[in-house]
Design a protein around this ligand. Structure first.
Ligand SMILES: Cc1cc2nc3c(=O)[nH]c(=O)nc-3n(C[C@H](O)[C@H](O)[C@H](O)COP(=O)(O)OP(=O)(O)OC[C@H]3O[C@@H](n4cnc5c(N)ncnc54)[C@H](O)[C@@H]3O)c2cc1C
Length: 342
């Protein structure tokens, strides 16, 4: 495909499709973005994200490629999005679960050990509450909806023609005009991608001005490792459950108890916070929790971003752009056919 310029249809305007559209348009491709929902982001799992950019913390359970692509993606976020917050991540555990800190430290890189004095310096409102923890200096976070709005506006400025309320159909291709399709439909692509499954994630957003945090704080627990992400205006996202299900229905009482209990364990001031939103998104995942770019003829499926949509979408967009431009790609995520079919 090197040096040839075909029109490109990106199907789906979640975080994956937005990064694809923007990156390809900035590389000089003619791009159309088609999203089934009439209101931007209304049907995307992405709207429920934290959205932590944690390439090190996420290696606890996943392959090193997540860390490597995640670090590349962090640079891409910082280069493009001024509201990317780079204050790191703090990991703590209640004193009865302090061994969890050792376990987490062994499974991850990129951290320094911190004692209660350093924790108090990093997060003054947590002073005296935790005796030890881990600090991941090179991690970041952002707020999902403003970030997605920013990407959409920048994609349009780069020439992307964005159409909402129009579903792309798998048999429709983009082939009428000889074009290429980048399928970023998340879980809706499971009929085309065997092995793709849904993993439900519930989260609650609260508001309080009684406590301030500068960075995501992960609270380790043997069964329910949860986190609190500070957003603007006194809002905190408390997340997230990880449940083998493609049910996007309302948050259950059990999950609400776990999520709110974790926030309360982090700081009792959360007991007085207002609950302003609660909801669940379904993360698209493959068995190994590593994303894929699956090339089938003139359609490239970009999917399986699991817990890492915000972390990895920019790097996957570069992989796809490189593939289309005929330059090198990472074969751990991009399937390796001889080239796009004619
Ligand atoms: C509670 C929760 C917390 C999370 N926290 C984080 C986090 O902290 N950091 C992080 O990196 N990730 C996080 N994630 C994961 C992240 O949200 C997902 O990896 C990401 O949403 C996947 O994005 P996507 O664009 O592939 O899919 P989606 O966001 O689901 O987007 C797919 C889009 O395709 C559209 N679509 C479907 N069918 C069609 C069609 N036929 N035609 C056109 N459009 C169509 C849908 O309407 C949708 O808008 C979290 C997820 C959840 C649920």
């Amino acid at each position: 495909m090197a040096n040839e310029r075909h029109p490109i249809t990106v199907a789906g305007a979640g975080i994956t499709g937005l990064w694809q559209a923007l990156t390809l348009a900035r590389r000089g491709h003619r791009v159309r973005l088609m999203e089934a929902s009439a209101a931007p982001f209304a049907a995307a799992a992405s709207r429920y994200a934290g959205a932590m950019l944690g390439p090190y913390c996420e290696t606890e359970m996943y392959a090193p490629v997540v860390t490597e692509l995640g670090l590349q993606a962090l640079d891409l976020w910082r280069a493009i999005y001024p509201s990317t917050v780079m204050n790191g991540t703090l990991v703590v555990a209640p004193s009865r679960d302090i061994h969890e800190i050792e376990h987490f430290a062994r499974l991850t890189a990129g951290h320094q050990r911190v004692d209660s004095a350093v924790i108090a310096k990093l997060e003054p409102d947590l002073a005296g509450r935790f005796s030890s923890g881990l600090f991941y200096r090179q991690e970041g976070h952002l707020e999902p909806q403003p970030a997605m709005q920013f990407l959409l506006e920048n994609a349009r400025e780069a020439g992307v023609e964005a159409a909402f309320g129009i579903a792309w159909l798998p048999n429709q291709g983009g082939r009428d005009d000889g074009g290429i399709v980048i399928d970023c439909r998340g879980l809706d692509a499971c009929a085309q991608l065997p092995g793709l499954r849904g993993i439900r994630g519930e989260r609650i957003v609260v508001r309080t001005h009684e406590i301030a945090l500068s960075r995501p704080v992960r609270l380790l627990h043997p069964r329910h490792p949860l986190y609190v992400v500070p957003w603007s205006d006194g809002r905190f996202m408390i997340g997230a459950t990880v449940i083998e299900s493609d049910d996007a229905g309302p948050v259950t009482v059990r999950s609400a108890l776990e999520l709110l209990g974790a926030a309360y364990a982090l700081h009792p001031a959360f007991g007085e916070a207002e609950i302003i939103d609660a909801g669940a998104g379904v993360r698209p995942a493959f068995a190994d929790h590593v994303p894929r770019v699956v090339v089938r003829g003139r359609t490239l499926h970009v999917n399986g971003l699991y817990r890492h949509g915000f972390l990895l979408a920019p790097a996957l967009a570069v992989q796809v752009a490189n593939y289309l431009d005929g330059t090198s790609t990472d074969t751990r995520v991009v399937s390796d056919p001889p080239g796009l079919a004619p």
